[in-house]
Ligand binder design. Sequence first.
Ligand SMILES: NC(=O)c1ccc[n+]([C@@H]2O[C@H](COP(=O)([O-])OP(=O)(O)OC[C@H]3O[C@@H](n4cnc5c(N)ncnc54)[C@H](O)[C@@H]3O)[C@@H](O)[C@H]2O)c1
Length: 245
Amino acid sequence: MASLAGKTALVTGAMGGIGQAIVARLQADGATVVAADLSTAGTKADHGIDGDLTDTAFADGLPARVQALTGRLDILCNNAGIIARGKITEATDEDLRRSLAVNVEAPFRMCRATIPIMAAQESGGSIVNTASCWGLQPGPNHPIYVMTKAALASLTQCLGRDHAGDGVRVNAVCPNEVDTAMLRTGFEIRGLDAEAGIDALNQSVPLGRIAQPEDIADVVGFLCSSDARYVVGALLEVNGGKPVA
Ligand SMILES: NC(=O)c1ccc[n+]([C@@H]2O[C@H](COP(=O)([O-])OP(=O)(O)OC[C@H]3O[C@@H](n4cnc5c(N)ncnc54)[C@H](O)[C@@H]3O)[C@@H](O)[C@H]2O)c1
């Protein structure tokens, strides 16, 4: 396994299901990890920075804060995300505004602030965005979520191409269903039992189960590593063989 010793990583949404697994994986690979989330109390990362990514000044300034804290910034995982559920006719202005702010505008701001820092380092850097299979194909009844993840996928492809020459690789991991709070609350909101819902979903995956956060974090770890040195602008589906239908 390629080592990330001596490297610094910034992970957003670091207290969520996938975020905690990314933190653990990057630390296991030797990186110094800075966790960012609304609250990072109890994080196992090396440092925690609390803040709301919809605060534009916070998002703009976060990469420089990490550089000031650790002396460098080699890896950025734009992993924070929220899901708005329901058809467009049920969507509120606030659903739209907040989803665009967290899922699209924050990664835009973070990439814009991070790329010059990475480009100035001799070893460059790697950015991994957590997009979704649901941004590559439209899943039903989640138009806001799908639209924002499609935008993040497009941003990934654009930046991958534009900044490969600066030594900055930009890629995305695109999970299908992952066993986290984001998935479980979907059942709970509808008054359904999450365990029964996950059992049913497991049957729909060719590999026989939905993803655990570590299944996604291991792919993020690969994309961050020098093993992925020739991977640029990729939208890597991690779906156990289950397409969005
Ligand atoms: N769980 C799935 O099935 C699934 C599938 C595909 C993609 N994803 C994506 O994976 C990523 C991680 O999701 P998860 O499943 O771990 O969800 P999660 O809800 O467990 O974690 C999301 C994290 O983002 C943080 N966050 C939300 N809004 C924020 C804000 N304004 N400022 C700062 N932090 C904020 C939350 O506090 C939380 O810790 C998301 O981008 C999500 O869209 C999840």
